[in-house]
Design a protein around this ligand. Structure first.
Ligand code: AVJ
Length: 321
């Protein structure tokens, strides 16, 4: 409430907008300005991300989709009757179809996403193509998991977290997420986790700085969104997209770099950027088989399988609760 706009027209922000405002104001107040990547995904951001997944340089989606197709039978072999598939950050639910095709007797599918439009579009398209499937969408972010609805079928719970989205989380956040997913999914659960693997920096940087500028537009859309939703006034021409490999943290980073000194207001809060200063908008951690296994163990899972694609390499880890 302290950040609510002052003026004659007062209004109550919806919870998501208020949380976006809080995260942005807090993030802009830090020494290294930063904002959590979940705020990329308004309708336009979700659309731009889908466009990224089709770019020649952005290999993760293509590699993971092929790997899922290739290993679908093995990954779904232990689903059992009336299984419930819970997907975290489901977006367009495109990869899900591969698992649905391999597990036709699934009891229910629970997509969870932060973008309402992405979620509703995906549910409409899935229901059209899988009329017998029970789909129970949940709007929300995967860092605050609520218990599953209790009227779901009673089969095994299977978590599905593809796309290396786990790489967006700080290491401690990733452990906390996987541990709370394990509690949410309960006894006997399985978890299919998609991760991108460490590789040569040139391949990584190209994937996050494509020649057509779609990733740059995706990154800048964060400021477009802030201007539209938060009564902010970022000068879009004053910022440039940057993608850098950080070997110390084994992660790709995206930043928006101020090309000159520039001021920005977010509601009634004012901020300045020095020339060259950056807003850190995303980290995408890249893993090794050992770092995935360590992450699984720390969060109470054990690694029952690890499938690796051809180059550029991504992996699917199968975890057991
Ligand atoms: C959807 C979070 C996995 O980190 O690779 C794509 C998002 N960012 N290009 C990733 C993204 C820049 C993507 N994840």
């Amino acid at each position: 409430a302290e950040d609510a706009p002052r003026g004659r027209t007062s209004f109550i922000e919806d919870a998501q907008t208020a949380a976006f405002r809080r995260d942005l104001v807090q993030g802009l107040s830090r020494d290294q300005k930063a904002v959590p990547p979940k705020w990329f995904y308004d309708a336009e951001g979700s659309r731009l991300f889908e466009e990224i997944t089709a770019l020649p340089e952005y290999y993760p989606t293509r590699q993971e989709t092929a790997l899922l197709r290739d290993r679908a039978a093995a990954l779904t072999a232990d689903f059992g009757p009336e299984a419930v598939l819970v997907e975290f950050g489901s977006g367009a639910s495109e990869k899900t179809r591969i698992l649905l095709d391999a597990a036709p007797d699934l009891g229910a599918y629970v997509p969870l996403d932060i973008s309402e439009t992405a979620l509703l579009d995906a549910v409409a398209r899935l229901s059209a193509d899988y009329p017998a499937l029970r789909v129970q969408p949940v709007l929300g972010d995967f860092e605050h998991l609520s218990p599953l609805p209790d009227d779901l079928p009673q089969g095994r719970r299977i978590g599905f977290f593809p796309g290396s989205t786990i790489g967006n989380l700080e290491p401690e956040e990733a452990v906390r997420f996987l541990a709370s997913a394990r509690r949410m999914l309960g006894e006997g659960a399985l978890f299919i986790l998609g991760v991108d693997l460490v590789k040569d920096p040139a391949t990584l940087v190209a994937a996050y700085d494509d020649s057509r500028g779609v990733t740059a537009a995706f990154n800048l859309n964060l400021l477009v969104r802030a201007n539209a939703e938060l009564d902010a006034d970022f000068d879009l021409d004053a910022f440039a997209h940057r993608a850098v490999w950080n070997p110390d943290h084994s992660r790709m980073e995206m930043h928006l770099q101020a090309l000159r000194q520039t001021a920005a207001r977010v509601g009634d809060r004012a901020f300045t950027f020095m020339a060259g200063e950056t807003l850190h908008t995303e980290s995408s951690r890249k893993f090794t088989p050992d770092s995935v296994e360590a992450l699984a163990k720390e969060s109470g899972w054990c690694m029952a399988g690890f499938e690796v694609s051809p180059e550029p390499r991504v992996a699917l880890a199968l975890l057991r609760g």
